[in-house]
Ligand binder design. Structure first.
Ligand code: ADE
Length: 234
């Protein structure tokens, strides 16, 4: 997979992609992540890409021309499965969306800033608008990093033991069960006996019960099928 990230602040992004699972996936050639500085596509001498909003009001709007030029330069090189725009008014990001995006060959993610982008860009270039939650960030960079991380870890080979991605919270609409490691007892707090039993069938049954109980207690909406975005994302 290749992910192209269009941003005003490429230096802000790089550290997220240079650690841990994402770094390993990049090094193994499972994913290529490329950053594009939107200032490089500015039409002005000063590298600006924003302008005053028509109709007045506070704040600036990212102009269509530099962004369209950057998008089209990339489209001339390859076909994109999706051109994503990060925005608080987009579709809420979730695991099912990460699952389907992890099957893509080429993704482009445009990070919004200021008051956002000229609406014509959203209408004519963007194929998906995604929010990572009901709060407003200073820009879309963190959203792009969050989405990329969730997507990349699902690509076969990114995680050593592929089973572990399947056991993540939200896969199967259940939160993950609790995990323990050595020592078996610490300050009198014991690891549940079943996990030390070596009986794999019993351990699986216990984990499923725990996942169910945890989901019931913390996120009953998942069990009720109360995820209104699920259908739209399929
Ligand atoms: N840009 C600003 N806030 C955002 C959010 N919640 N999700 C995605 N992009 C954003």
């Amino acid at each position: 997979m290749r992910i192209d990230i269009l941003t005003l602040f490429p230096q802000m992004m790089t550290m997220f992609f240079d650690e841990s699972i994402v770094k390993r996936a990049r090094n193994k050639g499972i994913v290529e992540v490329c950053f594009h500085n939107l200032h490089d596509y500015s039409l002005s001498r000063y590298g600006s890409v924003d302008d005053y909003p028509y109709g007045g009001g506070a704040g600036m709007v990212m102009a269509i021309e530099p962004l369209a030029n950057c998008i089209e330069a990339l489209q001339a090189e390859r076909t994109y499965d999706d051109i994503i725009y990060t925005a608080p008014d987009g579709q809420p990001f979730n695991q099912s969306m990460a699952n389907s995006l992890s099957l893509a060959q080429n993704l482009m993610i445009l990070c919004g800033h200021y008051k956002g982008v000229d609406e014509r860009l959203r209408e004519h270039f963007i194929t998906r608008e995604i929010s990572i939650g009901d709060y407003v960030l200073s820009g879309g960079e963190l959203a792009a990093a969050v989405m990329s991380d969730a997507i990349i870890r699902l690509i076969p080979g990114a995680i050593g033991d592929e089973q572990s991605a399947l056991g993540d919270s939200f896969q199967d609409r259940l939160l993950a069960p609790p995990e323990y490691t050595r020592p078996p007892e610490y300050r009198g707090w014991r690891v549940p006996e079943v996990l030390l039993s070596g009986n794999h069938a019993k351990i699986e049954a216990w984990r499923y019960e725990q996942a169910l109980e945890r989901t019931r207690a913390r996120r009953p909406d998942l069990l009720a099928g109360d995820d209104t975005t699920e259908q739209k994302n399929k």
